[in-house]
Ligand binder design. Structure first.
Ligand SMILES: [Zn+2]
Length: 634
C-alpha cells in the first residue's frame, strides 16, 4: 500500500487513496466510485426485479410498468434478434437509399422525421426561454461523429485515430447490409467527408456551455430562406398543418445557416450515404446482438470501456430510458422512505433560507437586486424523490408481442415524437419531472426555477439517516446548494423567478458578478490534469455552483453546536471519489462542463476559512490558497 498524502496537501487522495488503489473498474463501465457505484447498485437491484416480474408475472400496478417489463424481455430474446439480423431496419435503409435529390427528401421529410433516422438537422418542441409558460420550436444542426469541434483540427492528438475507429465500425456494420462491395467503401468514405463538412459550422462544447446563447428566435420564413432548397416551410406544414410555428428558435445558427451549402451538388449524395450509415449505427443496439456489439466499438474506444454491458444491462438500460417514469415511480415507491423524504425536504428548505441570509449580506448586490434574488429563491420548487403520478403519455406506449425489437422502438419513439410536437401550442406543464426516481443525479432547471433530487441519489455517501449530519451536509447538502446555485450561475443569472430570460439585475451589480465569474474562469483555466489542462470557460457554471454549495452548507455548519468540520470535508471528498479509464478522463476534460472530480473535491474547500481551521492548513501546505485568490460568489 502506497503512503497516503496528508489531508492538508491533498484532501481527495487522503480520503479516497486507499479505495482508489484497490478499486477495479468493471469491464462494462468507464468509471467506478461515487455516482457510478450507486448507479451500478440501482441497476443490479432493478434488473433483479424486472427479471422476477418477467418470469413470474405479478407486475406492480403502475401505469405502463407491464410494457416496460415486456420491452426488457424483448431485448433478452437474443435468439429471435439473431435470426432477424438486419431485416427489421431494411425497409428504412432502402427508403434512405432511394433519396436521389433534394426534392425527394423534401417530399418525405415530414414522414422521415418521425422515424429513428439521422436528418441534416435536429429539432424538438422546447420550453421558450423568453416566456417559460410557452413552448417553441427549437432547431439544431446535425450531430458530429467526434465529441467536439477541436477534435477535427489536424493537430488534434486523438481526432484522426477516432475517425479511423469509426470507419472500421461502419465498415463492419455495413457488411450486414445488402450494399455492393464498392458501395460499402463509398458509403463509409462519404460519411466521413460529410461529417467533416458539418464540423466546419457546428457549435463547440464551449459555445454550447453558454446556454443563454441558444436563444436565437427567427421568423420561420427567414429560416426557410436559409435552408432552401430544403423545403423547410413544407416540412413545418407536414408536422403541424395550419398550426405551424411562425417563429423558430435556432439553437445553432451557423450550422443552420451553412446547411444548404453542405447539401449542394454532389454533397447531397454524401449526405444520403451519411444518413444511411448513421441510421444503421444508431439503431444497431436494436438489431442482432452481433450488430449491437459492432455498434458499440466507437463508444468503447472513446471511453476506454473494455466490454459491452451484459445483455441484461442492455435490456434494463433500454427499458429504463424508454419507460423512465414508470420505472422511476416503481423504484421510489419500493425503495425510498417517507422519513428520508421529509428529512431531505427540510434540509432543502433550511439551505434555501440560509441562502437568502447570505444574499442579504452579499457585497456585490445592491438592495434592489438582492430583493429579486430572494424572490427567486423563495419561488424555487422542490421535486424530491419521485413524482406522485406517471405521465399519461406512457399509457399509450404499448409493447406488442409480434413486433421485432426495432419495430417496437420505432413505434414507441413515434408516440413520444408526436407527443412532443403536440405541445407546441400548449402551456408548459411545470409538474413534469426532469429526472426519473432511479437516476443517480440531481438538477436545476432555469426555465422552471425548480430543483429535482431523484430518490436514487439520496443514499450513502450522499445521504443517510444513519450517518452524521455533518456528513449529510458535506454530501447531499452541498449537492442541494450546488443545484440552487445554478439559479445564479453565469447562465441561470439571466433567468428570473418565473424562468423567463430577463435581466433582473442592476447593471453595476451584474458587472461585479461578471468580474467574479471571470475570476473563477481565470482561477481554474489551465490547471494541469492528466497531461491536459482544464478549460476554465467550459466549466465555469459548475464551478460557481460547487462554490455556492460549499458556502451555504458551511454556513449551516457554523450554526451547529460542536460541528465536526473534518467529517464535513471528508464526506465532501468522498462523494467525488472516482476511478476512471484514461480515455474517459481525457474525454471529460475536453468536453464536460464539470471539472474533473478530483479537482471538484480539492478546489472549493480552499475558498473558505473553515477548511484552514478544520485541518490547520498552512501556507506551506499544497491545499493552501492565498486569501486574494479565494473566490466566494454566493
Ligand atoms: Zn451542476
Amino acid at each position: 500500500m502506497k503512503e497516503l498524502p496528508r489531508i492538508q496537501d491533498d484532501l481527495y487522495e487522503a480520503v479516497n487513496g486507499e479505495w482508489l488503489e484497490t478499486a477495479v473498474i468493471p469491464d462494462d463501465r468507464p468509471t467506478t466510485g461515487g455516482f457510478a457505484t450507486l448507479d451500478e447498485e440501482v441497476t443490479k437491484l432493478l434488473i433483479a426485479d424486472l427479471t422476477k416480474f418477467s418470469s413470474k408475472g405479478n407486475v406492480p400496478e403502475i401505469p405502463a410498468f407491464k410494457d416496460a417489463v415486456s420491452l426488457y424481455g424483448k431485448v433478452l430474446d437474443v435468439k429471435r434478434r439473431e435470426e432477424e439480423g438486419i431485416t427489421p431496419i431494411l425497409s428504412l435503409l432502402q427508403r434512405i437509399q432511394g433519396l436521389k435529390t433534394v426534392e425527394d427528401l423534401n417530399t418525405q421529410l415530414g414522414e422521415l422525421a418521425a422515424l429513428p433516422i439521422e436528418l441534416p438537422f435536429r429539432f424538438y418542441v422546447a420550453t421558450d426561454m423568453a416566456d417559460a409558460t410557452k413552448h417553441c420550436f427549437a432547431l439544431i444542426g446535425p450531430g458530429l461523429i467526434l465529441p467536439d469541434v477541436p477534435y477535427y483540427a489536424p493537430e488534434h492528438p486523438a481526432g484522426k485515430a477516432l475517425l479511423g475507429v469509426y470507419s472500421q465500425m461502419a465498415t463492419a456494420a455495413l457488411a450486414f447490409s445488402p450494399l455492393s462491395e464498392e458501395e460499402k467503401v463509398l458509403y463509409v468514405k462519404d460519411t466521413l467527408e460529410f461529417d467533416a463538412l458539418l464540423s466546419t459550422s457546428a457549435k463547440s462544447q464551449v459555445e454550447w456551455a453558454d446556454y443563454v446563447h441558444n436563444h436565437n428566435p427567427m421568423k420561420a420564413e427567414e429560416v426557410a430562406k436559409q435552408l432552401a432548397p430544403l423545403d423547410f416551410d413544407g416540412f413545418l406544414k407536414a408536422l403541424f398543418g395550419k398550426e405551424k410555428p411562425e417563429i423558430v428558435v435556432v439553437y445553432e445558427p451557423k450550422a443552420i445557416e451553412k446547411l444548404s451549402s453542405h447539401l449542394e451538388g454532389e454533397n447531397f449524395i454524401k449526405f444520403v450515404h451519411w444518413c444511411y450509415v448513421k441510421t444503421l449505427l444508431r439503431n444497431s443496439n436494436l438489431l442482432s446482438p452481433t450488430l449491437r456489439a459492432i455498434g458499440g466499438i466507437y463508444r468503447r474506444t472513446l471511453t476506454g470501456q473494455a466490454a459491452d454491458p451484459s445483455i441484461e444491462k442492455d435490456a434494463f438500460n433500454l427499458a429504463s430510458r424508454t419507460f423512465s417514469e414508470p420505472i422511476g415511480v416503481y423504484y421510489g415507491r419500493t425503495y425510498f422512505g417517507e422519513e428520508a423524504k421529509k428529512d431531505v425536504v427540510a434540509m432543502v428548505k433550511e439551505i434555501i433560507e440560509t441562502y437568502k441570509r447570505r444574499v442579504k449580506v452579499n457585497p456585490i448586490l445592491s438592495e434592489e437586486t438582492r430583493e429579486k434574488a430572494i424572490l427567486k429563491l423563495s419561488t424555487i420548487e422542490i421535486k424530491m424523490g419521485y413524482p406522485d403520478f406517471v405521465h399519461p403519455i406512457y399509457e399509450k406506449m404499448k409493447v406488442e408481442q409480434g413486433d421485432s425489437l426495432y419495430a417496437t422502438m420505432e413505434k414507441l419513439e413515434k408516440i413520444l415524437f408526436e407527443d412532443n410536437l403536440s405541445k407546441l401550442h400548449e402551456e408548459v406543464d411545470r409538474q413534469e419531472w426532469a429526472m426519473p426516481g432511479h437516476m443517480v443525479n440531481a438538477c436545476y432547471d432555469p426555465s422552471k426555477n425548480d430543483i429535482t433530487f431523484p430518490a436514487a441519489i439520496l443514499q450513502k455517501p450522499f445521504y443517510s439517516l444513519s450517518q452524521p449530519h455533518e456528513a449529510n451536509l458535506g454530501g447531499i447538502g452541498a449537492v442541494i446548494g450546488h443545484e440552487i446555485s445554478h439559479a445564479f450561475d453565469n447562465n441561470g443569472s439571466h433567468f428570473d423567478e418565473k424562468g423567463n430570460l430577463a435581466s433582473w439585475w442592476k447593471e453595476e451589480d451584474f458587472a461585479r458578478f461578471k468580474e467574479k465569474t471571470d475570476a473563477m474562469i481565470a482561477l481554474w483555466d489551465g490547471i494541469p490534469f492528466h497531461g491536459g489542462k482544464v478549460n476554465g470557460t467550459l466549466v465555469v457554471s459548475e464551478n460557481i455552483a460547487d462554490c455556492g454549495g460549499v458556502a451555504v452548507t458551511l454556513e449551516i455548519m457554523d450554526h451547529l453546536p460542536n460541528a465536526d468540520y473534518q467529517e464535513y470535508f471528508r464526506n465532501w471528498a468522498r462523494v467525488w471519489c472516482v476511478k476512471a479509464k484514461e480515455e474517459y478522463i481525457q474525454l471529460l476534460l475536453a468536453n464536460d462542463v464539470h471539472s474533473p472530480a478530483k479537482l471538484r473535491a480539492n478546489m472549493p474547500p480552499r475558498y473558505f476559512p473553515q477548511w484552514y481551521e478544520a485541518f490547520g492548513v498552512k501556507e506551506t501546505d499544497a491545499m493552501y490558497l492565498p486569501p486574494e485568490k479565494r473566490i466566494v460568489i454566493w
